[in-house]
Each structure stands twice: as structure tokens, then as C-alpha cells.
Design a protein. Structure first.
Length: 161
């Protein structure tokens, strides 16, 4: 589940906030109580201090936490792709002058000069030069793991791995 910051030792009508480990109306109620906002009897409270509103805030908080988790995941993927591109950039510089979108018409494509059949064999779609540098580096890493750097007999020595 999501980590919820402790509300301190304050006790509210909802109990100790630190003991609540899910994002729900009870947690929101407890957090409100911890800083002096109280729901009136029967669920009628001041504006934004009713149990229905607490449920709504819980939905918003769960959505926010999911989006934050997705954003952290996307950032991690981007960092990993950037790292792969860096590892392969010197090979691409040697193979294609660093032009990841090159199509010279010689049957080799992209920054790392893939044969189309090789590109497809490592799961690439379309043409290599029509894919991002990150995608090309990812597919090159698969090929390197399968067959070594011999696929780039001259430029493979520039791999930073």
C-alpha cells in the first residue's frame, strides 16, 4: 500500500492516524481532527468537514498517489533509457556519425546500423531509424546479450558497458 506520513501522536475521533495504513475516509477524518477540524454529529459538519467530503478527499488522494507512482516509474524508465543511449552513443558515433535516424540506403538503418532482419529478431518494429535512440539502444542491448559486440566488429569496442 502507499506510505502515509504519520500525523503525530494526536488522537482524533478516528483514532491514532499512524495506525491507519490505507487511504480512506477514516484516514482523512483523522488527519483533519489532528489539526483541529471536527465533524459534527450525524455526519453534518462545516464545509469540507463531512464524512462524504472525507471520502471524496480520499479518492483524490488515492488518485494523486497513483499518478505520483506512475510519474516515478516513467522517470526511472527514462533514466534507464538515457543510460542505455549513453552506453551506445560512442558506437553510434562510429557507425553513423551519431545520427540515430539515418537511412543511407545500404540496407543498414539507424544509429547502430541494424539490418532489418536483425532488428526484427530482437523485437523491434518498423524500421530502426524510425525509432528513438532509446529504443535502438534497448534493442542493441538485447542483441549484445545474445551475440556479443561482434555484431559491431569495428565500432563495438566503443561500447561503454
Amino acid at each position: 500500500m502507499f506510505a502515509i506520513p504519520a500525523a503525530s501522536a494526536h488522537e482524533g475521533e478516528g483514532g491514532n492516524c499512524a495506525a491507519i495504513d490505507t487511504v480512506n475516509a477514516r484516514l482523512i477524518q483523522c488527519r483533519h481532527h489532528a489539526h483541529g477540524h471536527h465533524q459534527l454529529r450525524g455526519g453534518e459538519g462545516t464545509e469540507h468537514h463531512t464524512y462524504d467530503w472525507y471520502r471524496y478527499e480520499a479518492v483524490l488522494l488515492r488518485h494523486y498517489l497513483k499518478m505520483a507512482a506512475v510519474a516515478r516509474y516513467v522517470q526511472a524508465v527514462q533514466r534507464a533509457r538515457s543510460s542505455l543511449v549513453w552506453r551506445w552513443s560512442a558506437v553510434a558515433e562510429c557507425e553513423s556519425g551519431g545520427n540515430w535516424s539515418i537511412n543511407t540506403g545500404n540496407g543498414y538503418y539507424g544509429g547502430l546500423q541494424f539490418l532489418l532482419s536483425t532488428w526484427h529478431s530482437v523485437g523491434g518494429s518498423g524500421y530502426p531509424h524510425q525509432n528513438s535512440a532509446g529504443e535502438q539502444a534497448y534493442r542493441a542491448e538485447i542483441l549484445k546479450d545474445r551475440a556479443g559486440l561482434g555484431q559491431w566488429p569495428v565500432c563495438g569496442r566503443n561500447y561503454r558497458g
